[in-house]
Design a protein around this ligand. Structure first.
Ligand SMILES: Cc1cc2nc3c(=O)[nH]c(=O)nc-3n(C[C@H](O)[C@H](O)[C@H](O)COP(=O)(O)O)c2cc1C
Length: 270
């Protein structure tokens, strides 16, 4: 790439991170009283599966400081079966809907989000989770269900492709893929929406990390994704809705992961 192009892209990236200068004449669609988009995406089929919520049956650590101190990116998964309750717990802690405010105005969830727009959808590749077929899934946050979408004959190959060759992730029981439904946040924040939207995403994976740590699972946020492949697979148009973030979560054995240097590991996998 030419130096000029690189400089342009860097400058574009920096501008994107700044709060745009406020224009008093600008009105967002919400201010213009245009109809509000739906709070969540509709079910994509009729194959919804109820998730258990008896979280008291999980051995959840209540030592908050220990969870904070123990949290780290875990990339070595044992491939043992994950209980369905653990999957349900991670989904609840990272995207669960606690309340609906106003006349379907906003969902209040277990994570913070600018203007409570919650502009994300959560897709998953699930492997070896109790009672579930391996394959592609979508979370239905209003009913705390997941829906089975599809599968492919080589999910591990697919995960390698989807995450730019980060092959360690293909042993995770769940690979979360987060999409943004752009207008859900643009309706309220318009030209200011995109910066806020990305800030919001960090809250989701931080809760995944902390929830996983609290029940001895391992998680690792992933920014490097093959968006085109993922959008096609989950039937997203790539403009109104597109995948931008991932997070594998898997069963781990602490004694095995304690002793290794993650930086050396990541470098050796490249
Ligand atoms: C936005 C984001 C993107 C990341 N992308 C990757 C990635 O593509 N591959 C990877 O192995 N780790 C990824 N990580 C994990 C970081 O490498 C990790 O958080 C960092 O090295 C600090 O280690 P710790 O999480 O164990 O404290 C990402 C983390 C974040 C928050």
């Amino acid at each position: 790439m030419e130096d000029k192009k690189i400089k342009e892209l860097i400058s574009y990236g920096r501008e994107f991170m700044k709060m745009p200068i406020e224009d008093p004449t600008y009105r967002s669609d919400q201010e213009l009283k245009l109809p509000q988009p739906p709070l969540v995406k509709k079910a994509m089929n009729d194959k919804a599966i109820d998730l258990p919520t008896n979280f008291d049956d999980l051995n959840i650590s209540s030592d908050f400081l220990k969870i904070i101190n123990d949290r780290r990116s875990e990339r070595i998964y044992t491939e043992e079966q994950m209980p369905l309750l653990a999957l349900s717990y991670i989904l609840w802690c990272s995207q669960g809907v606690k309340q609906i405010k106003g006349n379907n105005y906003a969902t209040i969830r277990t994570v913070a989000c600018g203007g409570a727009r919650h502009q994300f959808e959560c897709y998953m590749i699930i492997q070896n989770v109790e009672g579930l077929d391996n394959g592609f899934y979508h979370y239905l946050p209003l009913s705390h269900q997941i829906e089975y979408l599809d599968t492919t004959n080589d999910l591990k190959w697919f995960i390698n492709e989807a995450l730019g060759g980060q092959t360690w992730a293909n042993k995770a029981n769940i690979n979360f893929f987060y999409s943004i439904v752009a207008y859900r946040v643009e309706w309220r924040y318009g030209i200011y929406a995109h910066r806020v939207a990305l800030i919001d995403a960090g809250h989701i994976t931080q809760n995944v990390y902390l929830a996983a740590t609290s029940i001895d699972l391992g998680a690792c946020a992933i920014g490097y994704i093959n968006g085109e492949l993922l959008n096609k697979t989950f039937k997203l148009d790539g403009n109104e809705e597109f995948i931008f973030y991932a997070c594998p979560v898997g069963m781990i054995k602490k004694s095995e992961t304690d002793s290794f240097d993650p930086f050396a590991f990541v470098l050796s996998q490249r």
